[in-house]
Design a protein around this ligand. Structure first.
Ligand code: KIV
Length: 272
């Protein structure tokens, strides 16, 4: 039986650590609004990530860079209202933590205080050590994020697989150990070779959640719009689509439009 079911309680950092210790895989999806979060929570998802991918899938921006702290807090508040069981992590958006640990602490406190979220996620390793330490010192759980870190897309220049070369792979492993040692409760690894994903997961004691990081991590995360097929044009190799909601919703909308135009809707039974 799963750790959370047996203990019959909300998911916490302690439950997530127990899952890793007992070899139970951790499920994580993004969520940005009340209605979808309610469904995912009812299904038994372990972690909901209010990702800054909201910038792409909710707001239509090309990158995650434009989303603001207030917009992230708005999404997080909506998700928190829906959740009974899942552990809710919120991304600190670009520009709210890099290079200024006091600003980082204030950003994290705003998220925790104004949304009621359970933890924050930051992208990067040694470069943001001071910011992570300050946030942790306030008692706020921090999830790290290494590998392809979309807030650095203009530095990378491409969304292709990271850490294929030895030097970058070594830095990634060193960063994972650093994040663990300073007190992060978990790390996300994005788009790296499966072998490295497994190596990092075996090298640290804390849970490692992968997205395009292979089957050797302690859990998996996907962007919910990709997993449900609401997005259509984004098809990386790591993505498994469980539905094709773009076409399903489009067909339903076409049928509705037809029914309105023809006068078929509303029927006698659908009016007062
Ligand atoms: O913002 C996001 O959706 C993320 C996931 C890709 C892990 O950070």
């Amino acid at each position: 039986m799963s750790v959370a079911k047996k203990e019959n309680k909300k998911i916490t950092t302690h439950v997530l650590q127990t899952m890793k210790n007992q070899g139970e895989k951790i499920s994580m999806l993004t969520a940005y609004d009340y209605s979808i979060a309610k469904i995912l929570d009812a299904a038994g998802i372990d972690i909901l990530l209010v990702g800054d991918s909201a910038s792409n899938v909710m707001a239509g921006h090309e990158t995650t860079l434009p989303i603001t702290l207030d917009q992230m807090i708005y999404h997080a508040q909506s998700v928190i209202r829906a959740v009974e069981r899942a552990f809710v992590v919120v991304d600190l958006p670009f520009g709210t933590y890099q290079g200024n640990s006091t600003k980082a602490l204030n950003s994290a406190i705003s998220i925790m205080k104004e949304s009621g979220a359970h933890a924050v996620k930051l992208e990067g390793g040694s470069e943001i050590e001071e910011s992570v330490r300050r946030i942790l010192s306030a008692g706020i759980p921090v999830m790290g994020h290494l590998g392809l870190t979309p807030q650095s897309i203009y530095k990378f220049g491409t969304y292709s697989v990271r850490a294929k070369e030895e030097a970058e792979a070594k830095k990634l492993l060193d960063d994972a150990l650093l994040l663990q040692d300073i007190g992060c409760f978990s790390i996300v690894l994005e788009k790296i070779p499966a072998e490295l994903g497994r190596k990092v997961s075996e090298s640290v004691q804390i849970p490692v959640i992968g997205i395009g990081a292979g089957n050797g991590t302690d859990g998996q995360v996907l962007v919910v719009h990709d997993m449900l097929g609401i997005t259509k044009d984004f098809s990386p190799r790591f993505l498994r689509r469980y539905l094709n909601l773009f076409d399903t919703i489009k067909e339903a909308t076409e049928k509705y439009i037809g029914d309105v135009k023809s006068g078929d809707f509303p029927s006698d039974q659908e009016q007062y």
